[in-house]
Design a protein around this ligand. Sequence first.
Ligand SMILES: Nc1ncnc2c1ncn2[C@@H]1O[C@H](COP(=O)(O)OP(=O)(O)OP(=O)(O)O)[C@@H](O)[C@H]1O
Ligand SMILES: [Mg+2]
Length: 277
Amino acid sequence: MSASLLSAAPQSAQCSDRYNDVSVISPIVDLPSNLPTGRVQPAIFAHDVQMAYQTGHRKVPILKGVDLAIQPGTIQLLMGPSGSGKTTFLSILAGILTPTGGAVKLLGEDITQLSKKALAEFRLENIGFIFQGFNLFPALTARENIEIALNLKGIRGRRARKEAKELLGRDGLGDRVDNLPRDLSGGEKQRVAVARAIAQKPPLILADEPTAALDAKSGHQVMELMRKLAKEDNSTVVVVTHDPRIVDLADQIVHMEDGRLSAPDIYPSNAQPQYSH
Ligand SMILES: Nc1ncnc2c1ncn2[C@@H]1O[C@H](COP(=O)(O)OP(=O)(O)OP(=O)(O)O)[C@@H](O)[C@H]1O
Ligand SMILES: [Mg+2]
């Protein structure tokens, strides 16, 4: 997985013509001043992202020019009041919604330029998405919900069953594998959704309020799981949250207000970005 991330992201801007071609987006960002000097290749790069919804005869602007660069192997929190545009922005980062303006680059790929089919493949290969709410298949057990995600990646049969069980076990749900979603608590459903999204250790993990239904301990467990993926497998994690209990596990936090992002307001020393040179 890390290999696919590294191969998708050129090691230096100078050595990739394709990368330099996209002149609207600067692929390299300066690091915050409290990090060691150097330049880093962002895993997620959004430039002037705009979104407007048609409501009756009116186009209502929701995102008003959002810029964001996120380094590989870090956890980014996106916070802000209800209705400020967080889910809309996350859905655009995931290629689920097409913005009305601006560009989004993931792992060096400008996803706003991909065909529908190529985008679907890119998402399957690279993105684990955890929806606000749970989005589990109601007719499938916890284990089967995860097996489906593994099947999509070509892991089938006994191996998929074994991996699904292991993942649920790691998530503290070892004795719930055969439960249908209706027989799970809200928090358990949420943990199944998380286990499903990270089943194949995707390079990008995008999560919309993944700890909202969880008590403090389970919320921390879920975030620790994501943090492990970020630090050990170099996954890049974006979490939309209202949950102040998980702030200490973030590398960087941005706030969205009325469709605009503030500058990152923390960048603790535990962030370990990969340097391109
Ligand atoms: N399909 C749509 N059509 C029209 N308006 C929409 C649509 N989807 C979202 N909106 C509006 O866009 C605004 C931003 O919605 P969004 O779901 O991104 O907010 P949010 O920050 O995630 O809020 P919350 O914290 O409550 O989940 C809201 O005012 C919402 O009503
Ligand atoms: Mg939302």
